[in-house]
Design a protein around this ligand. Structure first.
Ligand code: FE
Length: 360
């Protein structure tokens, strides 16, 4: 029973129906849910392209594809590979200029400074020890667009985390064998994010709570892939209950096969077999996902029984807080960007609007 007015790409105003202004084009969303669009903090690719392709076609295709999945902005996510390949990908992203569709808000650099004990689908051949000089160099050639780095805190001699803070990059524990104690110490120095809970990390043990225990009990934001495969519906519910929507961040971790048929695809130089909802290396290791944000939303509601306000927090508001963007993104408020998604009562995505323009 409310209206919301978008002008020049921004939310101009909103209010109850009796005061509805009689202007412009009208989208009838009666009985539906109008939410701030999802901000994807961890997505490698979709629709055949990957951030590691180091090709402008990546930006064009992913920006055009994401609105249909319920996302309005994203962090382009790189992965562990030969350092020259990472450099090429970063230099390509440095040239990014917004044209249309979903907006790239920066880069999530996953690896190569991770643990050989938990590589997941990151090629262990190319893992490096965290290096202060190297990250300054990488941030420089990315045009200072690296917003978040997934690394292994236990491999850090103390200087790397310092460098990340100086570079205004969010430090995230992931692909890590860090103990609870190591992570508590890192948190005191600024660690504030955990990459894909349960996956690529030291598990929960009753005498050593590990990275999972830290995720449950810290103040950090925690990424969760709610596909029912990277974590079962029960473990998604447990994370939701313990970590709460105040700290959870819904991600897809999608790779290039998202939105394409089953088959063989490349992920960071390794062959991935996609069948149904699963993407795996030949040895069975999970390798990214083909999850879409709108499916993540449906699953989250089904697995946890959560409401739309919780979805807004986990998919849009928390990422916006972390990226320092709550004046413009992840919120519905006067003057914010008109980045909106509209879901009906059955949680089917009906429309996606970015900068006031309808893209889906
Ligand atoms: Fe990963």
């Amino acid at each position: 029973d409310h209206w919301l007015l978008c002008t020049d790409g921004r939310i101009e105003d909103f209010g109850p129906m009796e005061s509805c202004p009689d202007v412009g084009e009208v989208i009838d969303a009666k009985g539906m849910n109008v939410l701030p669009g999802a901000i994807e903090m961890h997505i490698h690719g979709a629709d055949g392209v990957d951030a590691m392709d180091a090709d402008m076609e990546y930006i064009e295709k992913i920006s055009e594809h994401l609105p249909g999945t319920g996302s309005t902005s994203f962090l382009a996510t790189t992965m562990t590979a030969p350092i020259e390949d990472i450099e090429r990908a970063l230099m390509n992203l440095a040239d990014y200029r917004y044209v249309a569709g979903a907006r790239m808000l920066g880069i999530h650099q996953e690896g190569p400074f991770i643990s050989k004990k938990h590589p997941g689908a990151q090629d262990p051949k190319h893992i490096l020890v965290p290096d202060r000089e190297a990250i300054h160099h990488l941030q420089d050639i990315s045009g200072n667009q690296i917003r978040l780095i997934t690394y292994a805190p236990e491999e850090d001699d103390g200087e790397f985390l310092d460098a990340l803070k100086a570079l205004d990059t969010i430090p995230s524990a992931g692909h890590t064998d860090a103990t609870f104690e190591t992570l508590k110490q890192a948190q005191a120095l600024g660690l504030s994010h955990v990459t894909h809970l349960y996956n690529g990390m030291r598990g929960l043990h009753h005498r050593e709570p590990g990275t999972v225990g830290f995720s449950y009990m810290s103040d950090a934001y925690v990424e969760l892939i709610s596909d029912g495969i990277h974590s079962t519906p029960e473990m998604v519910k447990l994370a939701f209950d313990v970590i709460t929507p105040d700290r959870l961040v819904m991600i897809t971790d999608a790779m290039r096969a998202q939105g394409l048929p089953d088959g063989e695809y490349d992920l960071g130089g390794q062959t991935v077999h996609v069948a149904g909802k699963e993407a795996r290396l030949a040895d069975g290791t999970l390798a990214g996902s083909v999850l879409t944000m709108k499916q993540a939303v449906r699953n989250m509601r089904e697995f946890t029984g959560c409401g739309w306000t919780d979805i807004v927090r986990m998919s849009a508001y928390n990422p916006a807080v972390e990226l320092g963007l709550t004046d413009s993104k992840g919120v519905i408020r006067k003057g914010a960007d008109a980045d909106l998604v509209i879901y009906d009562e059955d949680a089917d995505l009906k429309h996606t609007i970015i900068g006031g323009k309808m893209y889906f």
